[in-house]
Design a protein around this ligand. Structure first.
Ligand code: B12
Length: 136
């Protein structure tokens, strides 16, 4: 699958993105990496341009819930991206545990999965998408 991998708007961390690119490539995916500090508008433009099969968003600086919500809303506001699978993960808040209300808001906004640090869950999420992909 072609995966667009991106950091979130306020997050300057990069090693998470380096790690995830390697992880995704080792699992046979083609990766388009946008790098850190990608605002929601730029993310939506990049998805229109690259036409990925799935978007993987990574945030570790503690503002992931908020940045992720902006990102998902920008994608879902674009008709061509309304059904594009989007998964968000990392260290999303500053309280050190999953925050159910924030997760709910993200899912309601159209995020397909909110995964925290769990790479096994990411692998499973992508495996399901790969199986349901319609060949061109
Ligand atoms: C190195 C580091 C930095 C470096 C970054 C260098 C770089 N080039 O990236 C510097 C010094 C620049 C930095 C800056 C800051 N940092 Co910093 N940083 C770290 C540190 C020590 C290691 C992060 C790292 O590189 N890990 C290695 C990579 C490979 O792993 P990872 O980032 O943990 O990502 C893994 C998982 O999160 C997961 N994952 C990530 N994304 C996704 C996505 C999906 C879909 C899935 C499934 C999994 C997943 O998989 C990855 C591999 O296992 C952590 C603390 C720690 N020990 O983790 C703090 C930490 C991430 N930083 C933190 C903070 C607060 C900051 C600053 C805001 C500090 C400040 N006040 O200025 C700034 C960020 C400013 C900004 N605008 O973003 C906090 C975040 C708090 C939180 N989330 O609760 C942490 C956790 C430290 C702490 N305990 O407080 N930081």
């Amino acid at each position: 699958m072609k995966i667009l991998l991106s950091g979130t708007a306020s997050d300057s961390h990069t090693w998470n993105l380096v790690y995830l690119r390697l992880f995704l490539e080792e699992h046979g995916h083609e990766v388009v990496g946008l790098g850190p500090c990608v605002d929601a508008g730029l993310l939506a433009d990049a998805c229109l341009r690259h036409a990925p099969d799935t978007v993987v968003l990574s945030s570790v600086n503690g503002h992931g819930y908020r940045d992720g919500l902006d990102a998902v809303r920008a994608l879902r506001a674009e008709p061509a991206l309304a059904a594009l699978p989007v998964v968000l993960g990392g260290k999303l808040g500053v309280v050190g545990r999953r925050q159910d209300e924030e997760v709910r808001s993200l899912l309601d906004a159209g995020c397909d999965a909110v995964l925290g640090d769990d790479l096994d869950a990411l692998r499973a999420f992508l495996a399901v998408r790969a199986r349901t992909e319609v060949p061109a």
